[in-house]
Design a protein around this ligand. Structure first.
Ligand SMILES: Nc1ncnc2c1ncn2[C@@H]1O[C@H](COP(=O)(O)OP(=O)(O)OP(=O)(O)O)[C@@H](O)[C@H]1O
Ligand SMILES: [Mg+2]
Length: 405
C-alpha cells in the first residue's frame, strides 16, 4: 500500500502521524517544501521516499514533481492532517485518481459558510450566519442577526481576526480591522461552554472519538495574555451534559459525508442545555491534543489512525481511564524566560500525575502567545477523577508563574 503524506515533518504532530502510517504497514512517500536533511530523524526513518517541492501552494508544480518522481508507481491514499493542505490533498486525489475526500467534500470543511449551509440543510443547529464581502453587507447582516455577533474570516484559524461585537460603537471600531479579510462570516454570538468532538472515522463510521473541554472559551483565552488556557480531555464522554454534542458530532460526520481519517469539531453548550455547532476540520486538533488523547486511553492514536487509513480498521485500541488536562503557560514580561516560580511545590503535590512538562527553561526566548496556543510551554497531567483533575489544572494555572525580561 503506497500512501502519500503532505508535509510529513511539519507542524508538530506530523512526524508522529508519519510514523503511525509506516507502523501500520504502509510504504510512505512524503511531499513537502523543506529539505530532506532538515526533516526530523523519525520522519526520515518512516519515509520510503521524499519529494521536495519549492512550494506546496503551487499545485500544478506539486503534481508535476510527483509525476516525475513516482514514475508509474500507483498511490493508494493521499493524506494531509494540516489545515492549509486539505484542498491540495483533494486536488491531488482528483488528479491521480485516488479514493478519499473529494474537492467538494473538502471545500465544505474549509469554507465555514459552505459548511454551515450544508449542516443547516441537514437540520443541524448552527449559529445564525451570513457571509459578506462588503462593509455595507456586513452592517446589514449584523442588524438582521441582532447584537451581539461574532465577525470572523470564512476560512480562519487560531481565532485570528475574530471579534465579538456587542454594540454599534464596537461595530464601528471593528469594521476597519477586517478590511483585509475578503469574506467575513457574521454569526449570532452563542453564549456557553465550548467543547471538541474529535474522531477517527473509517468509511463514514466513527471508530474512535474524544471530547475535550476548553477552559475558558478560546476567544477569551486568545484575547487575555494573563490566562493559562486549559484543554481537558474528558474521561466520561457518555456524561449526560455531553450527550447532545456527541449526537451532533455523529450527525455532522454523516451530513458532511466524511469518509476516512481524523476530524476535529468544536461545539457550544448554552446554559439552557441547547447545543450549537461551532466548526469542524478534516484533520486532528493541534497544540498536542492528540497526545492528550493518548494519555487519556494509553494507546497509540497515531498508529490507530495509520491502521484506519491503510487497512480500513483499527486494531490498536485503548481504555478510557483518565481525564487529561493540558495547561498552557504564558510568562509575564517580554524577552527571555528568567525564572519559573511555584514549580517545586506543585511538583511535590501533584508530580506523580504529571505526564508531560514542556515549560521553556530559563534563558529561552518567549514564544508569541498570539500565534501559538502552546505559548511558553505546558504541563499535561491526568487523573481518573474529573474534580481532582480540574483542581490540579487550576493550581498550575494560578500557582505556577513564569517570568521573562
Ligand atoms: N458564533 C459564535 N458564538 C460565540 N463564540 C464564537 C462564535 N464563533 C466563534 N466564536 C469564538 O471564537 C473562537 C474562534 O472561532 P472559530 O473556532 O470559528 O475559528 P478558528 O479561528 O478556526 O478557531 P481555531 O483555529 O482556534 O479552532 C471560537 O473558539 C469561539 O470561542
Ligand atoms: Mg476553532
Amino acid at each position: 500500500m503506497n500512501v502519500l503524506i503532505i508535509s510529513p515533518g511539519y507542524p508538530a504532530d506530523m512526524p508522529e502521524f508519519t510514523r503511525g502510517l509506516a507502523e501500520a504497514g504502509a510504504q510512505v512517500v512524503g511531499v513537502g517544501d523543506s529539505g530532506q536533511q532538515t526533516l526530523p530523524e523519525p520522519v526520515r526513518r518512516a519515509l520510503a521516499a521524499y519529494v521536495q517541492v519549492p512550494s506546496l501552494w503551487d499545485s500544478a508544480a506539486v503534481i508535476a514533481a510527483l509525476r516525475e518522481r513516482l514514475g508509474g508507481q500507483r498511490l493508494d491514499r493521499i493524506e494531509c492532517l494540516w489545515e492549509p493542505g486539505i484542498m491540495l490533498a483533494a486536488e491531488l486525489r482528483a488528479h491521480f485518481g485516488v479514493a478519499g475526500q473529494t474537492l467538494g467534500q473538502a471545500h465544505r470543511f474549509r469554507d465555514k459558510e459552505a459548511m454551515k449551509v450544508a449542516l443547516d440543510a441537514a437540520g443541524i443547529r448552527t449559529p445564525r450566519h451570513v457571509a459578506v464581502n462588503s462593509i455595507a453587507q456586513c452592517v446589514e447582516a449584523v442588524h438582521a442577526i441582532g447584537l451581539p455577533v461574532i465577525l470572523k474570516p470564512i476560512d480562519g484559524a487560531g481565532s485570528a481576526d475574530t471579534y465579538r461585537v456587542a454594540s454599534e460603537d464596537e461595530l464601528r471600531a471593528v469594521l476597519p480591522l477586517l478590511r483585509h479579510v475578503p469574506r467575513v462570516s457574521v454569526e449570532e454570538f452563542i453564549d456557553g461552554e465550548e467543547f471538541t468532538f474529535d474522531t477517527i472515522t473509517i468509511g463514514g463510521e466513527i471508530a474512535y472519538y474524544n471530547v475535550a473541554w476548553y477552559r475558558p472559551r478560546p476567544l477569551i483565552a486568545r484575547s487575555n495574555e494573563w490566562i493559562s488556557p486549559q484543554v481537558i480531555a474528558l474521561r466520561d464522554v457518555d456524561a449526560p451534559r455531553l450527550a447532545g454534542g456527541v449526537r451532533m458530532g455523529f450527525d455532522v460526520i454523516r451530513a458532511l459525508e466524511f469518509d476516512t481519517g481524523f476530524t476535529h469539531m468544536e461545539w457550544y453548550r448554552k446554559s439552557d442545555g441547547e447545543v450549537v455547532f461551532g466548526e469542524i476540520g478534516a484533520r486532528p486538533p493541534g497544540a498536542h491534543q492528540v497526545e492528550q488523547m493518548q494519555y487519556a486511553c494509553d494507546f497509540d492514536v497515531f498508529r490507530a489512525w495509520g491502521e484506519a487509513v491503510t487497512q480500513g480498521r483499527m486494531t490498536t485500541r485503548g481504555e478510557r481511564r483518565y481525564n487529561v488536562a493540558t495547561i498552557y503557560k504564558r510568562a509575564r514580561g517580554v524577552g527571555r524566560i528568567t525564572r519559573i516560580e511555584g514549580a517545586a511545590a506543585l511538583q511535590q503535590r501533584y508530580g506523580r500525575h504529571v505526564v508531560w512538562n514542556t515549560l521553556l527553561p530559563p534563558g529561552t526566548p518567549r514564544r508569541d502567545w498570539k500565534k501559538t496556543l502552546v505559548s511558553d510551554g505546558f504541563i499535561m497531567l491526568r487523573h481518573p477523577d474529573l474534580a481532582a483533575t480540574l483542581d490540579m489544572a487550576d493550581a498550575v494555572g494560578t500557582d505556577l508563574q513564569m517570568y521573562a525580561e
